[in-house]
Design a protein around this ligand. Structure first.
Ligand code: MLT
Length: 238
């Protein structure tokens, strides 16, 4: 099994996706929030790139919820922001949620074309690793980054996945990008929360009073679910 990693969506666009298991990571906060929402009973997410697209889709489907952020803040007229704490069962049970975020949903849209696309975060590393080994395909880890630039938290989370796969999987060949991510992870593995608090976006979220979200995003292996992104929707297929 070969493992590769793209540090940004722009880099992902240059990669061959066909035949691979692609894992999209936006550790702070989109893929963490999606995982928690689906665990709390949401039916599905529809990720879209722009606020206009999201508004249009919900106008055409009034049962859908409108969700997302810009600069980490909820948008006017939206039902939900991007805080995992917003996604309580009483608000989202059985609902399809149209979501647009700055980086996470952009990476998801770029990841279409993989044989399967999975949603990854620190929360579901173990379950994800099992699912990838079971699938047996080459793996491409897609970091959402920050406005098409490198970000530490997604790379470290990707590196954690590389480490899990190397420890438990079949024989692994990794690219230099995957190797670098693993080295970075090994540097911070003893305290993932401290790494999330010290990276640029974590500092920004803390400054907005969203430190509780950062703590939730650091809950390694707290979830056993692996959301899939198929035919435009993110959902649980088992
Ligand atoms: C994103 O997609 O850029 C993030 O999830 C931003 C955030 O923390 O809301």
């Amino acid at each position: 099994m070969k493992i590769d990693l793209a540090f940004t969506p722009h880099e992902l666009e240059k990669k061959e996706l066909a035949g691979k298991s692609v894992v999209v990571i936006d550790a702070l906060r989109a893929t963490t929030t999606m995982t928690i929402a689906l665990e709390n009973g949401a039916q599905a997410f529809i990720p879209v790139g722009t606020v206009e697209e999201a508004r249009k889709l919900v106008a055409q489907n009034p049962d859908y919820l409108l969700a997302g952020e810009r600069k980490a803040m909820p948008l006017e007229g939206f039902h939900l922001g991007n805080s995992p704490r917003d996604y309580r069962p009483d608000k989202i049970m059985g609902k399809t949620i149209v979501m647009t975020t700055t980086n996470g949903t952009r990476a998801l849209v770029c990841a279409r074309g993989g044989a399967e696309v999975f949603i990854g975060s620190f929360l579901n590393l173990g379950a994800l690793c099992e699912r990838l080994i079971e699938a047996g395909r080459d793996v491409l880890i897609a970091c959402s980054g920050e406005k098409d630039l490198f970000c530490l938290e997604d790379t470290v989370c990707g590196g954690a996945l590389v480490e899990r796969l190397e420890k438990t999987g079949p024989s692994i060949i990794k690219t230099d990008a995957a190797h670098a991510a693993r080295i970075l992870y090994e540097h911070c593995e003893r305290d993932v929360h401290a790494m999330l608090c010290s990276c640029e976006w974590g500092v920004y979220l803390e400054g907005l009073g969203l430190g509780k979200d950062v703590r939730i995003c650091a809950q390694v292996d707290s979830s056993r679910i692996v959301p899939v992104y198929r035919e435009g929707e993110i959902f649980l297929d088992r």
